[in-house]
Design a protein around this ligand. Sequence first.
Ligand code: ZN
Ligand code: ZN
Length: 378
Amino acid sequence: MAFSFLKQWRERRNTEDRNPPPITSQSQALNSNELVWFRAFGHQIPFFNCFSFFSTALSRSSPTRVYQIWPGRNVFFFRGRVICGPDPRGVLLSAVSVVLSEWIFCSYIGNSIRIISLSLLLTCTVIVSLILVSTRDPGIIPRKEGSVMEDIGSCSRIRSRRIAINGVEMKLKYCRICGIFRPPRSCHCSVCDNCVEKFDHHCPWLSQCIGLRNYRYYMMLIFSALVFFIYMLSFSWWKIGKMMSEKEWGGFQLVVNMPETFALALISFTAIGFLGGLAIFHVYLIILNQTARENFKQRYAESPNPYDKGLLSNIKEALFTRLPPSKVNFRAVVEKQDGSLTRTASIANSIEEEDSSPMQNKSNQEESSGSYQDDQVV
Ligand SMILES: [Zn+2]
Ligand SMILES: [Zn+2]
């Protein structure tokens, strides 16, 4: 019974994904965000999004805003001011594990105000980084309005464009879901259902895409969490060593008499291995000016990387250049025209700009030929 119900629900969801219904009223638009789907054991499982329900109830009397009709799977808080991935429980779990580690440290290991204060400072740095990376727009590219139905209906043509960047030919792929030619280095995230600029990967621990606008905060998170867990492990190990020498405890007695310290040491050790590997990999990527996706796909195995400007310039570009503003104003008011909801001019303009010349926005950073060669396969 439950399986057939889930099967029907999944089939309906798949049908909606292929043929999304046009948004004709505010209630329809709002309902689209009340269900959150996540994948577990190979199945899409629906969950009622209580956060969206409360925000919906609060905003019924206010004008419809872009975040309420946004077709991606993001979850919005504070009326569109905070944008998270489809399942914010991932970031909550990460935050709880850090706070829990800190609580164990303060309660059972830290033995002086100075040591505890420094651990609290490290915890705050990790939590702030976590919030910054998971609640920012990672670089979502606006969709072309009304393109989805048209493109699904006329899917016989596969379109792409070619463009030269620093003398290297790059292919701009057409995204049928967003209805745009994706700028170079961008990709459509299947989890969040958005095209994201300079897409690195989708992080399940943060439930957020890592892209152009939050990559440096991601690096800040990796390094602050690495330092935090090294700090935790150092003092846990120091206490374990002290107890073993003072009371001559063996491994079993250690686990029985101080399970919290032992657990913290074990968690810290595992976290250091995981975060250390990530840190090394991303430092390597920054030095080469590659994204994780480009590296996995071996994007520059046969052609040179046109974005590689040398060690210092690559580091500066990844971590210290000014971040571009968000291309989507999720708080913009949506105007109602002919019984359907359409986005405001500010969004439409950004879509036009994106579609007509994706490289124009990057003209101050990259040298491009400025001309396209269209490929059309009928
Ligand atoms: Zn897309
Ligand atoms: Zn994503």
